[in-house]
Design a protein around this ligand. Structure first.
Ligand SMILES: Nc1ncnc2c1ncn2[C@@H]1O[C@H](COP(=O)(O)OP(=O)(O)O)[C@@H](O)[C@H]1O
Length: 270
């Protein structure tokens, strides 16, 4: 299942691309807003209270909220796309510590001047959450046009401040994702960005998470279980646990379990 993180400066199109990918891949989209809006979650309630007071959520609370959301059925069965999180090195480390390992990380990038101007035209449909733009993506339906709202925090001053913060942080976040990171220019039409992102997430990348194979060999007596187990163990450096051998060792050690096993050995019932 997809496990995707999308990072990038404000107005680079993170949410737009994340929404399109989520629709296309039929996977769950996790944004800061959707995390804060989670029902029946004490963590989300705490995060909402924080956000209302300070316009931000403490890193630990945010990351635990992500963890809680990722444990829900839809994320487990259909995968997830995380939009704009982690934002700082601290959050990246916490995410890693909790074992949240994306298979693909996309970092969007574009010149600041483009982003400042682009952000001024951003509009949101309050009914569907869809994102539009006064120049680049204007809805054809008059009723949608009429209900679009200007989002908070898009003024030139606010975008510059967020850009500065982003540049300070991102250089320390990206090294957390060696091998799974793809930088895509966001200074091109949205459709082009989307198809590059889609092509990338459809490549079968290897996760950095340690993979420990667990193989169970079954078969009748004489079918070659022990031989195959030995060969597999040798080829892939696995630990070969032979049940018969373990039982014999326990009996030979005369351990408590060994004594319990002994009568079965004597009756050849192993
Ligand atoms: N590649 C693009 N070219 C032109 N406009 C874009 C592009 N990507 C996004 N937009 C527009 O820029 C604005 C910000 O996009 P958004 O997805 O909210 O960015 P972010 O989530 O990175 O802040 C929106 O109005 C969106 O329609």
């Amino acid at each position: 299942v997809p496990k995707i993180v999308i990072l990038g400066p404000p107005a680079s199109g993170k949410t737009t691309i994340a929404m399109w990918l989520a629709k296309h891949l039929k996977t769950s989209l996790l944004t800061m807003d959707s995390l804060l809006a989670m029902d029946h979650s004490e963590l989300a309630e705490g995060a909402r209270r924080h956000y209302e007071r300070k316009r931000s959520v403490p890193s630990m609370l945010l990351v635990r909220l992500v963890q809680e959301r990722l444990l829900q059925d839809d994320c487990i069965s259909r995968g997830w796309i995380l939009d704009g999180i982690p934002e700082t090195r601290e959050q990246a480390m916490m995410v890693q510590t909790l074992g949240i390992t994306p298979r693909h990380v996309i970092a969007l990038s574009a010149p600041d001047t483009v982003l400042i101007e682009r952000n001024l035209g951003k509009r949101i449909d309050p009914q569907t959450g869809e994102i539009y733009h006064t120049t680049f993506d204007w809805p054809p339906e008059p009723e949608v046009q009429n209900r679009l709202v200007v989002p908070e925090g898009i003024s030139e001053r606010e975008t510059v401040q967020r850009l500065l913060r982003h540049h300070r942080n991102i250089v320390r976040v990206l090294p957390s994702y060696p091998g799974v990171l793809k930088v895509i220019s966001a200074d091109q039409p949205c459709v082009d960005v989307f198809y590059q992102a889609l092509t990338y997430v459809q490549t079968n990348r290897r996760s950095n998470a340690p993979f420990t194979p667990r193989v169970l060999l079954c078969g009748p007596v004489g079918s070659g279980k022990s031989l195959q187990a030995g060969l597999l163990a040798q080829k892939y450096g696995l630990v070969n646990l032979c049940c018969g051998q373990l039982l014999k060792e326990a009996v030979a050690d005369n351990s408590r379990q060994g004594k319990a096993i002994q009568p079965f050995f004597e009756k050849e019932m192993t």
